[in-house]
Design a protein around this ligand. Structure first.
Ligand code: HEM
Length: 509
């Protein structure tokens, strides 16, 4: 133990005296909250919800930009739409890289997961490929696929119950997970899983959970305190096991394409046949797309459905507009109905604002020193978008802590087109900003809308938690969250009670 402490002190002093960024003449250092310690920096002050701590610091310092130290990392926290727009959007040429983290980038993903790559040659190729797969035009062609897979999910739901008038409680997480997984698996590898008991689903589901989990604080310490990489350490073993799992699951899927076992046209086949990438790069690029495409959308919907189960009055306006749009109950809603269902769309925007599936996104890095309002921003800082500070800013959103979909009821533009415009007008920052903006934003919008509108159209969402002392189901706890790469509510159960027989017939047809 004493030798560990001595090593830490040695590295701390070495780092303090050799790595302190020097400030060019005429510029000021960014403000920084009190309490930073040698080598630890502010890491001991972050708490279990760092986004809330970041928001509090921004308000205490009265600054929408400030810097902190987390171990060896110099972190710059952006807390307003304006500063995100000024730096990550207007100066995207400088602010669109990632730190070349040994653990996450090299070890976990063989340097080939687009979302974690520095802005290098591989990134440029991978971005072009993923834009090709996920552009708005391409996403529109996936609409029938999303419809089909969502309908399968609805059928799965009704098949879990013997009595539709009193359905079995279910945890929506695995249903949503399999739905979003099937969409992206079909797009990327031309395959899909057949049920939540399908061995491929189980394999991928387990891998996704492990991958998300390695972004929890206890593991990220290895990135913040590099000396830990030289000491016996479970995180590195776990990262290696997860990487081997990616090689095995997605290596098998690529092998099926190469051997002709899988003949379906799909994005991975196109990339393989063009010969643009090495096999291991295809495996890790597409594994990232599957991960990014599955987790984020499923987590967002899991939050919104939990909120609706606790607050059924918010389901009524959605039912009303759905009934008005499809009075004969002769079809299910589709993505093409988006502009005709403003309340359902507003529920999604408000859900993402109050229950973001990621509050701090994926950190950007600036490749050169910069100046902003007289402040010096050192090169290779880790740049955080604090979506929480932006979403809870009273000037931006009146009564920000209140769930109020009507604040977005007149918003006509898609999240993707707002993300391309001025930052002050954006509805949400959960998709990031600038050149690194989520490439899957169009697919995300299509899936969020199709899945939620169909669930609301077909079912009443009823909280199935055990009853409390008042004889009513205990509300699902929306204050507790599981934080990794994405943020999930704790597991909960609901009943999906059919709204009418005609709609149930539609699902079975
Ligand atoms: C609610 C759903 C989603 C959320 C909240 C989300 C969020 C994010 C965030 C925060 C980033 C990093 C942005 C930045 O660095 O500024 C990102 C990147 C990315 N996302 Fe998403 N995402 C979602 C859905 C999807 C889907 C469905 C896909 C489809 C595969 C996808 C693919 C990607 C890709 C490829 C990147 C890397 C972009 C780059 O580094 O240039 N995402 N996403």
């Amino acid at each position: 133990m004493i030798s560990y402490i001595l090593v830490a002190i040695f590295f701390g002093l070495w780092y303090y005296f050799t790595q302190k960024p020097s400030i060019p003449k005429g510029l000021k250092p960014l403000p920084s909250p009190k309490g930073s310690l040698l080598y630890l920096g502010h890491s001991h002050l972050l708490g279990s919800k760092p986004h809330e701590t970041f928001t509090n610091w921004s308000r205490e310092l009265k600054s929408d930009i400030y810097s902190i130290k987390i171990g060896v990392l110099n972190c710059v926290i952006l807390n307003s739409d304006k500063v995100v727009g000024d730096l990550l959007q207007k100066r995207e040429a400088i602010y669109s890289s990632r730190l070349d983290s040994e653990l996450y980038f090299r070890l976990l993903t063989r340097g080939s997961a687009i979302g974690f790559c520095p802005d290098n040659d591989f990134y440029k190729k991978a971005k072009a490929i993923s834009v090709g797969v996920l552009s708005l035009k391409k996403t529109e062609t996936y609409s029938p696929l999303i419809d089909k897979i969502t309908k399968e999910m609805l059928l799965d739901v009704i098949n879990t119950s013997t009595s539709l008038s009193n359905p079995e409680p279910l945890n929506p997480r695995s249903y949503l997970h399999r739905t979003t997984l099937n969409v992206i698996l079909d797009v990327t590898f031309g395959i899909h899983t057949t049920s939540i008991n399908d061995p491929l689903f189980k394999r991928v589901d387990k891998w996704v959970d492990e991958f998300i989990g390695i972004f929890a604080d206890e593991h990220r310490r290895t990135e913040f305190f590099p000396i830990l990489q030289y000491l016996p350490n479970k995180t590195l073993q776990l990262a290696t096991a997860i990487r081997d799992n990616i090689d095995s699951i997605f290596g098998d899927l690529l092998e099926d394409i190469k051997s002709g076992k899988n003949k379906t046209p799909c994005a991975a086949r196109e990339v393989y046949e063009k010969g643009e990438l090495e096999d291991y790069q295809i495996v890790h690029l597409f594994a990232f797309l599957v991960l990014a495409g599955t987790e984020t959308v499923a987590a967002s919907l899991t939050w919104i459905i939990a909120f609706l189960a606790n607050n059924p009055s918010f389901q009524k306006p959605a039912h009303k507009e759905l009934e008005a749009l499809i009075p004969e109950n002769d079809r299910l809603p589709t993505y093409a109905d988006l502009k005709k269902l403003p309340f359902t769309l507003a529920l999604i925007r408000e859900g993402l604002r109050i229950y973001a599936p990621t509050w701090l996104g994926v950190q950007h890095a600036n490749e050169i020193d910069d100046e902003y309002n007289g402040y010096h921003i050192p090169a290779y800082s880790s740049i955080f978008i604090n979506c929480h500070a932006i979403a809870t800013n009273e000037q931006r959103h009146k009564n920000p802590m209140q769930f109020d979909p009507y604040r977005f009821i007149n918003e006509q533009q898609s999240m993707a087109s707002l993300a391309d415009g001025p930052a002050e007008k954006r509805d949400t920052f959960v998709f990031g900003a600038g050149k690194r903006l989520c490439t899957g934003i169009h697919l995300a919008e299509a899936e969020l809308f199709t899945i939620l509108s169909r669930i609301l159209y077909c079912f009443n969402i009823v909280n199935a938690s055990p009853n409390g002392e008042d004889g009513k189901p205990i509300p699902i706890n929306l204050n507790k969250s599981i934080i990794g790469l994405t943020i999930w509510p704790e597991d909960y159960n609901i009943k999906l009670v059919p709204r009418n027989d005609r709609i149930m017939q539609l699902i079975k047809e």
